[in-house]
Design a protein around this ligand. Structure first.
Ligand code: FMN
Length: 455
């Protein structure tokens, strides 16, 4: 590791007008509604590379949020992750205008089988020369299940069991199916690929049957950088075995430090090193040339923030905005006749509606990494989190396109570089994995996937 510890900064994005900064698409000058234009992504990629970001990290969901008010209408009205477009398809365009920027892309293991996805990711790894990562999710929206022919969501831990088998299949395809020197391109003998070096995978499991061989030849990283965000026991077990980059929403210092240590210990139990995993937190940065400029941006940020958006996104199963602020959540549920929700547990019934609203709000903003200040202040906070909480970096929420990324690049990036906290500008191209870990393009031999490699 370089000293002082360098920050990994991802720009947290989604192919949609309203990702996780609800209501912000209405901010003056915000270009979020241009997400359907290729030009949006090209401009974003250039800004992100200039700012020294490690990746543009694209979230994704394959359903609409329809738990709050029992309908998708509120989400549709708010532009909250719907409309949304496929995140994989914007990556090649962004790769053509950048040289070192990485791309993290979200794909769910719960609904589409692994074979076609493995080929798509190999294609992206080829086209980007090894700059892709995969955010492995199991999908939490009930509507997503119904979009893929299921009556209801697959139970949580079962989803992780399926995900685990999904990983076996893709590892077999990515790591084991093609030997490195399979493609010979021998024009004289008319041999494109040596068939003896391409292997079927013949996977037969509980959920998937895949014959192989993989259709893509080996790409620079073979397996994309494996990213994940888990909170549950099943999710953490999965991450400890597979993930290389982890997004956490835990609160510092207690929960954050404890959970990092728990996952690192579990990873060591899988024969990995604690340093094989990087931990990133979600971050909001509001900065400007002067404190009064920052104050004005913060005022605007707060005034455009949508309370209802947060209830929709968190699938709150009742209507807090319909009740006076001083009654408890339990009383509100009773007034709505929702004894089923009371019985199901999970909601803080003793809180008042006002307290509950603040708690939901803070889950997004101020209890996470939230730095509103001039660049030196922001850099101080970043250093504090890197050094004192054991994290490796940040997923910067882009609440304003493109001011969030541009402000960061213009003001905070130079300050971080001056302090040795960000890689200097102009470093040569490297794969995403090599840039993150400095141990080459491919998964280390101590990773679970390595067992599928041909000796
Ligand atoms: C920063 C962050 C980003 C996430 N991005 C997505 C996403 O794009 N799509 C998705 O379906 N889930 C996403 N999730 C949800 C996680 O995949 C995961 O389901 C959640 O953290 C709960 O953990 P668990 O699955 O272990 O219960 C994200 C979570 C976090 C903290």
């Amino acid at each position: 590791m370089t000293y002082p510890k360098r920050a990994i900064i991802n720009l947290f994005e989604m192919n949609t007008p309203g990702h996780i900064t609800h209501g912000m698409w209405r901010l003056p000058g915000n270009s979020r509604h241009r997400y359907t234009d290729l030009g949006y992504w090209l401009e974003l990629a250039r800004i992100a590379e200039q700012a020294g970001f490690e990746t543009i990290f694209l979230a994704d969901v394959v359903g609409a949020y329809d738990v709050y008010r029992g309908s998708a209408d509120p989400a549709i009205r708010e532009g909250l992750q719907i409309p949304n477009n496929d995140p994989l398809l914007v990556i090649p365009a962004m790769a053509t205008v950048t040289e070192r920027l990485g791309f993290g892309v979200t794909f769910s293991t719960s609904y589409e089988p692994p074979f076609a996805f493995a080929r798509r990711m190999s294609t992206l790894d080829h086209l980007t020369e090894g700059r892709v990562g995969w955010n492995i999710v199991t999908s939490y929206l009930p509507n997503a299940a119904r979009n893929f022919g299921l009556e209801e969501e697959i139970p949580h831990d079962r989803r992780y069991e399926i995900a685990d088998e999904f990983m076996d299949v893709v590892y077999k395809l990515w790591e084991g199916s093609w030997e490195d020197d399979a493609v010979v391109l021998d024009r004289e003998r008319g041999i494109y690929t040596d068939p003896a070096k391409v292997h079927a995978v013949d996977h037969v499991g509980e959920h998937f049957r895949v014959a192989g061989p993989h259709l893509s030849e080996p790409s620079r990283q073979r397996t994309p950088v494996l990213m994940q965000a888990s909170a549950s026991k099943a999710g953490i077990d999965f991450a400890a075995k597979h993930a290389e980059v982890l997004f956490t929403a835990d609160r510092p210092p207690g929960a954050l430090r404890t959970n990092i240590a728990t996952i690192q210990d579990a990873a060591v139990g899988h024969g990995r090193r604690a340093t094989d995993l990087k931990f990133l937190v979600m971050a909001t940065v509001i900065t400007g040339d002067t404190q009064s400029e920052v104050d004005e941006k913060l005022r605007q940020y707060r005034s455009f923030s949508s309370a209802e958006g947060k209830f929709i996104h968190q699938s709150v199963p009742f209507h807090p905005l319909d009740h006076p602020g001083d009654i408890t959540v339990r009383e509100a549920l009773e007034r709505e006749g929702r004894s089923d929700v009371i019985a199901a547990g999970g909601l803080p019934l003793h809180l008042t509606i006002d307290q509950f609203s603040i708690a939901v709000d803070q889950a997004w903003d101020e209890k996470q990494f939230f730095a509103a200040g001039t660049p030196d202040r922001v850099a101080d906070t970043i250093e504090h989190w890197l050094d004192d909480f054991g994290i490796d970096g940040f997923n910067l929420r882009q609440y304003h396109s493109f001011d969030t990324a541009r402000d960061f690049g213009r003001l905070v990036t130079p300050e971080l570089r001056r302090r040795g906290r960000l890689a200097p500008a102009g470093e040569p191209h490297r794969s995403l994995r090599n840039g993150l870990f400095g141990e080459g393009d491919r998964l280390p031999s101590r990773h679970y996937a390595a067992q599928y490699r041909r000796r």
